[in-house]
Design a protein around this ligand. Sequence first.
Ligand code: INI
Length: 155
Amino acid sequence: MVTTFEGKPGGRGKKIGIVAAKFNDFVTRRLLDGCLKELFKHGVRKSDITVARVPGSLEIPLVALRLAKRKNIQAVICLGAVIRGETLHFDLVAEGTAAGIAHAALASGKPVIFGVLATETIEQANKRSDEKKDNKGRDAAVDALEMIDLMARIK
Ligand code: INI
């Protein structure tokens, strides 16, 4: 028999940290909004959510790890928007952020969810942070709840 583990995204009693970059705030505030609404929809209480705003995506990993190490936080959601400009900076920021967030998950042993957009254009970033349709912040909220449940099932 195959043993299969799968998490379900229940929000009741869940304690969540969110780290959201202020860089490209016109995108990240919509990601944060979508994320919060989705958490509330799943039954997460306002008082069980801690939000930290950081200057840019590269600052996300350090703060995500700090939050993930807190006893009263079960998962951290990272929100940012890296939009390609004319420089090499895009690759440095996008790759550094992704690697740092993965490190925060492994170093803390808790789910640290990658809700950072890396897009070629502003239009693509707008599309993936839409209030009504696609919203990566909303997806990240569901992923966090699902991962908390999955980790609890795999002892
Ligand atoms: N930070 C972002 O979140 N998105 C970007 O697109 C971006 N670009 O392109 O430069 C960006 N840079 C700032 C960076 O994350 C740090 O805040 C900064 O380098 C200070 O450490």
